[in-house]
Design a protein. Structure first.
Length: 269
């Protein structure tokens, strides 16, 4: 259990931190700043998202007594019992996330490809040994888009700020993003032009490797010969390149058994 005082260290997912009454833990990750304060009768959570000026790569946390300006939004929660432990659990997005390849990509008939995508996670702030959820904080300002045939048929999705890549090493790894390999199989004889893809984010669990990186199982999308539908399924295992991992969060939604068949315009929009 972490008891550091006024020291700055790398933040860690799913690790319990202990605070004394009156102390504030300050997190810097990406463009988000977060302050969690413990008082005798309550927890306080303050957060703000700053305009991006650079592309930050790390996550640091420190424990002290400094609070931000009063203009930063404040949430207050009744403290249950005398527990002084706070834990930060990652969570996948609660809507599908639309991914775009770095440039539109053509998959010839009968071919397949794997692209690697990074999606921003939410931070669940949990108190006590039972990890009671206080609130969730998105680690990037959510941007919405619509995927479907028209404004009546389709679904609301998040739009990813990062591009899918054909080479895993070309995908930036950040503590607030989860990496997902997506394999697309084109069973048609005609080429498939991939301009964007709706990733079923709520069906993915989160896993943490020894380098502090988040991974999800892979997703396989198979385009049928009639091009009216596509089938999706989530792999059971993680990519070998992820290395040894520990599961830190379940999927938000339980996947249906077998393959998920969806209209083609719900997948490639």
């Amino acid at each position: 259990m972490s008891t550091q005082t006024d020291s700055r260290r790398d933040g860690v997912w799913a690790q319990p931190y202990e605070l004394a009454s009156g102390q504030t833990q300050h997190h810097k990750l990406g463009h988000v700043r977060l302050w969690v304060t413990l008082l005798d009768q309550e927890w306080q959570v303050r957060s703000e998202t700053r305009a991006p000026e650079t592309d930050p790569v790390g996550w640091t946390e420190s424990i002290g007594h400094q609070l931000p300006q009063t203009s930063v939004s404040l949430q207050r929660f009744i403290r249950q019992g005398d527990s002084s432990v706070v834990t930060f659990i990652p969570a996948v997005a609660n809507l599908p996330t639309v991914i775009r390849p770095y440039h539109p990509l053509t998959i010839p008939g009968g071919a397949r490809c794997t692209i690697y995508v990074g999606t921003v996670v939410w931070m669940k702030i949990c108190a006590g040994a039972s990890q009671t959820l206080l609130t969730e904080v998105p680690l990037a300002a959510p941007s919405f888009t619509w995927v479907g045939r028209n404004t009546m048929e389709g679904e609301l999705c998040y739009s990813s700020s990062s591009f899918g890549r054909l080479v895993l090493d070309a995908l930036p790894k950040r503590p607030w993003r989860a990496t997902t390999p997506v394999t697309i199989i084109n069973r048609r004889t005609e080429p498939l032009v991939l301009e964007r893809f709706s990733l079923p984010t709520p069906l993915l669990s989160l896993h943490l490797n020894e380098r502090g990186q988040l991974w999800t199982p892979g997703v396989v999308v198979e385009v049928a010969t009639d091009m009216n539908s596509a089938s999706l399924h989530v792999d059971e295992a993680l990519l070998v390149a992820a290395g040894p991992c520990v599961k830190v969060a379940p999927a938000r939604e339980k996947p249906a058994k077998g393959r998920l068949v969806r209209a083609i315009d719900r997948v490639f929009g």
